[in-house]
Design a protein around this ligand. Structure first.
Ligand SMILES: [Zn+2]
Length: 113
């Protein structure tokens, strides 16, 4: 499951931040998931407790905020909302749309002590 490796990545980032920002426990993590990132929120929730076990984020609360996909049409220059990376432009039907938002997952917010 590709969510597990993403979560391991998150855990590593948290551990690095704990050293540089001198905190010892994570209470709450907010992850922002782009709708085009092919990350399943349910799979993340499922994997979170498993991956964070025995880390500074063990028992932390996970919040997930979803970010809409946005693209820029390379033909007519309009900004369009995307449900998938393959949507054509609703204005001119062009398939050439550059994704400008929603393809990534990132840590949006952290509560730590
Ligand atoms: Zn267009």
């Amino acid at each position: 499951m590709h969510e597990i490796s993403l979560l391991k990545n998150v855990r590593e980032i948290l551990e690095e931040h704990a050293i540089s920002e001198k905190f010892s426990k994570v209470i709450k993590v907010t992850l922002e998931i782009g709708k085009l990132s092919s990350v399943e929120p349910d799979a993340l929730r499922f994997g979170f407790d498993v991956v964070m076990k025995d880390s500074l984020a063990e028992n932390a609360e996970l919040l997930i905020s979803e970010l809409n996909g946005l693209g820029l049409c390379q033909q007519c220059g309009q900004q369009v909302e995307l449900e998938t990376s393959y949507d054509p432009c609703p204005h001119c039907d062009s398939p050439f749309i550059k994704v400008i938002q929603g393809a990534e997952m990132k840590i949006k917010d952290l509560s730590v002590i």
